[in-house]
Write a protein that binds this ligand. Structure first.
Ligand code: NAP
Length: 284
């Protein structure tokens, strides 16, 4: 059990969940150190192990965001965790992905979870969130000429607010002993098709927005050709979209409310709170 809290190292500390995890912990009186390549409290680069030791000095908890848009990272993360344990880390909350137990073997998502589970000297909590609502508000799924172009067919997903993922993470990092070994799958309160998402966005922004379903392989090839993701990441994009197309997308499960004590954010409320994001997109 952790008895004298020191500092939480928040990897991906400038990202969509990390910056909110850092803010949430600070609001609860915990010492926090954000880490990223740019703009965080400390410089941390997964590709530069010389940055890892300094980031871990005096740290006893870690919010683990693994290298993004990569497929093979289990070895790098294992080396980091070895270092972390040696530096005094006693709990890790890991940001994984919904359905990670069914992820393609070419991607190291489940391998990192298994690494954590196999470490006897530290506790862990694993978060497996659904697709985040923020995808529709930033450059992940931008609205171009009034269309959200993504191959999801008529399948639904229980999109979750990154703020709710962060709130769950904060609970686990604030009281590791209460969440040791837990696996939570933060979701929103409703499973929505992208056509339903587009309809809500139309109503709330006052401009027509529609879902354009496209051939999955063409969409994935386009993302690689445009340089949005490296070629080996195509397998991940195929899996993520294929799951929804097949009707196996995430479904609401109540984990956010169970852990935080408040209901998960509804997509319409998320849009109302973040309307400025779509005003900016429209102006671009
Ligand atoms: N998008 C979704 O719908 C969704 C759903 C479930 C799970 N996830 C998972 O969420 C994770 C991403 O988390 P997020 O959305 O909170 O973050 P994010 O917004 O994607 O931001 C990525 C963070 O990682 C940092 N970063 C990027 N490359 C790095 C490197 N080489 N070394 C160190 N730090 C690096 C970035 O800062 P710098 O660039 O300055 O380094 C930034 O702080 C991914 O593992 C993804 O699989 C995403």
């Amino acid at each position: 059990m952790i008895t004298s809290p020191k500092t939480t190292l928040v990897l991906g500390g400038t990202g969509r969940t990390g910056r909110l995890v850092a803010r949430g912990l600070a609001e609860r009186g915990f010492a926090v150190r954000t880490a990223a390549r740019h703009g965080a409290d400390v410089v941390f680069d997964w590709d530069d192990p010389t940055t890892h030791r300094a980031a871990l000095a005096g740290v006893d908890r870690v919010y683990l965001v693994t290298p993004v848009a990569r497929t093979r990272f289990a070895g790098t993360v294992a080396d980091f965790l070895d270092l972390a344990v040696g530096a005094g880390v006693r709990h890790v909350t890991h940001l994984s992905t919904y359905g990670s137990d069914r992820a393609p073997p070419e991607v190291d998502i489940l391998a990192v979870e298994r690494d954590l589970v196999g470490r006897g000297t530290i506790s862990h909590s694993i978060l497996r969130p659904a697709w985040v609502m923020q995808n529709f508000a930033d450059d992940h799924l931008p609205i171009v000429d009034g269309a959200i172009v993504v191959p999801t067919g008529g399948g639904a997903e229980a999109f979750v607010d990154a703020g709710d993922i962060a709130a769950v993470a904060v609970e686990t990092l604030a009281r590791p002993e209460a969440h040791a070994g837990a696996v939570y799958a933060p979701t929103g309160p409703r499973a929505l098709t992208v056509a339903e998402v587009a309809a809500i966005l139309s109503e709330e922004t006052g401009r027509p927005i529609r879902h354009v379903d496209v051939d999955r392989d063409a969409w994935v090839d386009g993302a690689v050709a445009a340089g949005f993701v490296p070629p080996d990441y195509a397998v991940m994009l195929r899996w993520l979209t294929g799951t929804i197309i097949a009707g196996d997308g995430s479904r609401p499960n109540g984990d956010v409310e169970r852990v935080t004590g408040r209901p998960a954010t509804d997509f319409r409320d998320f849009v109302r709170r973040n309307l400025a994001a779509w005003v900016v997109q429209a102006a671009e």
